[in-house]
Design a protein around this ligand. Structure first.
Ligand code: 5AD
Ligand code: SF4
Length: 447
């Protein structure tokens, strides 16, 4: 433990990694504000810095230590430092052993205890909490506050029971747990009252969400989406991330029926070869994934598909990798993330034979990214000439320029001097690049 520190009055939360961390970071900021602390724009100006970390790949996990190193002021002093998120869960006490600069270690299921942990540091006590308590943090976190952005994340499900052999998530985030129907709808109403026009439902396996509605009927994610659809001031609904095996018929049907559900689906396949999918313990095959995509496209023909890919999984041959390239060709993703395999301590794949040389991984990653980029550009170009709506999210670089999102999650730049952030406006798509579109305003929507 470091020496006792004075009670912090200002804080800075920095989140790495996935959208669930962004959400947790917001909830921690609200918790600290609720305690009377104020936000500081920069880490070095704050009395308390929360590093909300990601453990999914080695490079993500190492970032936290370089960030801690930089948190030293000119006079040699440091803010109180809390390491939160998945590195905290995975490494626990080890972090305070590795670096004396860290005062608090708090896992993703325990961050509601942050105020008590701060008091522990002030009193000179140990402040490590990586419990996964049965009682949910959501029951004690303060209510949602008004936010400046018209888009909001809402975590509805956490954890993962799938145990893909490369992945740390089942260990850092624990077993699959669904939040209750009423807690989710209450939070959604608060977000909409606070100005949210779009809500993205979040979960490591969001489409595994299950619960009971107010009448005691069993519901899946599609039921929740249909309930959100009934909130009058909410305009758009999205959800991420989904597992192919949890794509229920009702959810697929919802894509064709619920107008507010945006035509975008992030559905990672990870690899194209059945041999590798089996070694990854993905519990779906290439064929079953492609058939699923067909059914989703039948329900919603214009849906934009997104995915995640890992190259260089242990034992991956050139032929296996070519099957990944061919699944990309067959699916024609609108967008996708691709990563080099990163062995994670404690996961089965880290001990498998046939670990792939870094140079070969680099080469495969480049080939895969070239294929994905070509599809992404083609998808964007295919929207040129379409009339659609965009939700304005932020200002652009030029005066009068605003950036909004299309239903297919593309960024669209428009000149719209009289429009405001949060407006939904109609545009004609006039140009397309690899990462964004240009739009011309048609008319303001009476929203
Ligand atoms: N190495 C590389 N990529 C990984 N992912 C998860 N674990 C690893 C790993 N050990 C990727 C998967 C997942 C995304 C969030 O991160 O593609 O879908
Ligand atoms: Fe990790 Fe697989 Fe669970 Fe996704 S489904 S979080 S990749 S174990």
């Amino acid at each position: 433990m470091t020496d006792p520190k004075p009670q912090p009055r200002t804080f800075h939360v920095k989140s790495f990694g996935c959208q669930m961390n962004v959400y947790d970071g917001e909830r921690m900021a609200e918790l600290l504000a609720d305690r009377g602390m104020t936000a500081a724009a920069e880490g070095l100006d704050a009395d308390l810095v929360v590093l909300n970390t990601c453990h999914i790949r080695e490079r993500a996990a190492e970032k936290v230590y370089s960030d801690i190193g930089r948190l030293r002021r000119e006079d040699g002093s440091r803010p109180m430092i809390a390491v939160a998120g998945c590195v905290a869960q995975a490494e626990g006490q080890e972090i305070t052993r590795r670096t004396k600069a860290v005062d608090i270690v708090v896992g993703p299921q325990a961050y509601h205890n942050l105020p008590g942990l701060i008091d522990d540091v002030v009193a000179g006590r140990d402040a490590v909490d990586t419990d996964m308590p049965a009682a949910s943090k959501f029951d004690v976190l303060p209510g949602r506050t008004r936010r400046s952005s018209p888009t909001s994340f809402l975590t509805v499900q956490e954890g993962c029971d799938k145990f893909c052999t490369y992945c740390v998530v089942p260990y850092t985030r624990g077993a699959e747990v669904s939040r209750s129907w009423s807690a989710i709808l209450d939070e959604a109403r608060a977000l909409v009252d606070g100005g949210a026009r779009e809500i993205t439902l979040l979960g490591q396996n969001v489409n595994a969400w299950e619960g009971e509605d107010e009448a005691g009927r069993r519901q899946g994610l599609d039921g929740l989406i249909r309930a959100l659809d009934r909130l009058p001031d909410l305009a758009r609904i999205r959800y991420t991330t989904s597992h192919p095996n949890d794509m229920a018929d009702g959810l697929i049907a919802a894509h064709g029926e619920v107008e507010k559900l945006m035509p975008f689906l992030h559905l990672p396949v990870q690899a194209g070869s059945d041999r590798i999918l089996k070694a990854m313990n993905r519990s779906h095959s290439r064929e079953s994934y492609l058939r699923l995509i067909e059914r989703i496209r039948a329900a919603r023909p214009d849906i934009a598909l997104s995915g995640d890919f890992i190259v260089g999984f242990p034992g991956e041959t050139e032929a296996d990798f070519e099957e990944t390239l061919s699944i990309v060709r067959e699916t024609a993703y609108a967008h996708a993330f691709s990563f080099k395999y990163s062995p994670r301590p404690g996961t089965p794949a880290a001990d498998m034979d046939g670990q792939i040389a870094p140079e070969l991984m680099d080469e495969r990653l480049q080939r895969l990214q070239a294929a994905i980029s070509a599809d992404q550009l083609a998808f964007n170009q295919a929207t040129v000439g379409k009339r659609t709506t965009i939700l304005l999210e932020r200002k652009g670089r030029h005066p009068g320029q605003l950036i909004g999102k299309s239903p297919w999650l593309q960024s669209v730049h428009v000149e719209a001097a009289d429009a405001r952030i949060g407006d939904i406006i109609e545009v004609d798509i006039v140009s397309a690049g690899p990462n964004s579109l240009g739009g011309a305003v048609v008319a303001r929507r009476a929203a």
